[in-house]
Design a protein around this ligand. Structure first.
Ligand code: SIN
Length: 327
C-alpha cells in the first residue's frame, strides 16, 4: 500500500470506529428533531463552536432525528454514560420531576417574552436544579415556540375535538388538557407522528410551526388552528457524573459555547415561528384557521381547569410566578 492509500484507510478506520485522539473528550448530543429546526440549529452551532475553540480537547457528535435515542430512552442512556447532552421537551421529564409540568399548563404563558421572564426568575432558575437528585443537571433552557392544533377537521371550538384521537408527548398535563375537551389523547413518540397521521390511526396532534413544517405533518392534516394554546420548550441536560468530572476551565468553556449556541437557536425559533407558518400557508396543502376572540375564549374556559388539577404537584407558588411573568 502506498503512503496515500495508508492515510486514506487510517482516516476511514477512524470514521468507522469513532476512536478519539488520546485524551479527547467526546460529547454525544442526541435529539429527535430535524436539523432545520431551532434545536437542530442550536446543536450544530454548539458543535461548530466547540470545534473552533476546543479542537483536540473536546469533540461533539450530533445525532438528529432520533438516530441514537428516543426522548423516552435518552435520559436513561445519559445516566449510563452512553450520551452526554440532550435537550428533551420540558413535557418529557414527568418521570424525573413534577415541577416542570408548569410549562404544559394550557394558556398559561401569553407569549415567549413571558416564558423568558419566568425562566430567568427565581423559580425558573431553581427548576434547572430539579433533576439533581436523579443525577442530571439542567444547563439551560431553549425555546421552540407556541404549539398549534391540527386535525383533518377544522378545530374552531372545543367541541370540534371531542371524540377525536390526538397524539401527545408523554405528559399527564397534556393528557388532561385533551380530556378536558373530551378528546382521546395518546402518548406516542415523535418519530411515529407522521405515520400515525398519514394512516389515520390518529386524527390530530399539537406542535409548533417548525416541527409541523420540518416533519411534514401539514401534508397529512387538512386543518391547522393557529391556537398558541401551549408551549414547547426544552431543557439542555447532562449527567452530573459527566459534568462534575470535567476540569473547571473546560466546563466553563463548554457552558459558554452552549449559551451562545442556545442564543442562535432561540433566534431561529423566533424567526421560524413566522416563516415556517408562512411556508405551510403558502404550500396550499392545508387550511390554517385563525380563532375569533369568542372561539379562543371557549378553548380557554374548557382547558384552564387543568391548572387546578396539577396545582398540588407543581406548587401554587410556581404557577403564580408563571402567571405574574405575563405582566
Ligand atoms: C421536540 O421538539 O423535541 C419533539 C417534540 C414532540 O415530541 O412533539
Amino acid at each position: 500500500m502506498n503512503k496515500f492509500k495508508l492515510a486514506v484507510s487510517a482516516i476511514a478506520m477512524l470514521a468507522v470506529t469513532g476512536v478519539a485522539n488520546a485524551g479527547e473528550i467526546v460529547i454525544k448530543f442526541s435529539h429527535v428533531v430535524a436539523e432545520n429546526t431551532p434545536k437542530g440549529i442550536m446543536a450544530n452551532k454548539f458543535k461548530e463552536l466547540i470545534d473552533q475553540r476546543l479542537a483536540g480537547k473536546v469533540r461533539v457528535e450530533v445525532f438528529p432525528n432520533q438516530q441514537l435515542f428516543s426522548d423516552k430512552k435518552v435520559l436513561e442512556a445519559m445516566l449510563l454514560g452512553d450520551v452526554q447532552l440532550a435537550a428533551p421537551s420540558l413535557s418529557k421529564f414527568g418521570k424525573y420531576t413534577k415541577i416542570l409540568q408548569v410549562y404544559d399548563l394550557p394558556f398559561l404563558f401569553q407569549d415567549m417574552s413571558a416564558v423568558e421572564r419566568f425562566q430567568s426568575g427565581e423559580q425558573g432558575q431553581m427548576m434547572l436544579k430539579s433533576l439533581q437528585s436523579k443525577g442530571l443537571i439542567g444547563l439551560g433552557y431553549m425555546h421552540n415556540g407556541m404549539k398549534q392544533l391540527s386535525a383533518n377537521n377544522p378545530l374552531l371550538v372545543p367541541n370540534d375535538a371531542a371524540g377525536r384521537k390526538f397524539r401527545i408527548m408523554s405528559s399527564n398535563v397534556l393528557k388532561a388538557q385533551f380530556e378536558a375537551v373530551e378528546a382521546v389523547p395518546l402518548k406516542k413518540p415523535y418519530s411515529e407522528v407522521f405515520t400515525l397521521l398519514q394512516t389515520n390511526a390518529i386524527d390530530g396532534q399539537e406542535n409548533t410551526w417548525s416541527n409541523i413544517y420540518s416533519k411534514k405533518f401539514f401534508e397529512v392534516q387538512d386543518h391547522i388552528t393557529n391556537s398558541n394554546h401551549g408551549l414547547l420548550d426544552y431543557m439542555v441536560v447532562t449527567s452530573a457524573e459527566f459534568w462534575n468530572g470535567l476540569d473547571a476551565d473546560l466546563r466553563n468553556e463548554i457552558q459558554k459555547s452552549l449559551d451562545e449556541a442556545v442564543k442562535i437557536g432561540n433566534a431561529a425559533a423566533e424567526e421560524k415561528s413566522q416563516s415556517d407558518m408562512k411556508r405551510i400557508v403558502d404550500s396550499g396543502r392545508t387550511t390554517v384557521h385563525e380563532l375569533t376572540k369568542e372561539q379562543r375564549d371557549q378553548w380557554v374556559t374548557a382547558m384552564k381547569p387543568v391548572w387546578d388539577q396539577f396545582a398540588e404537584e407543581i406548587g401554587q407558588d410556581v404557577i403564580d410566578a408563571a402567571i405574574a411573568s405575563n405582566k
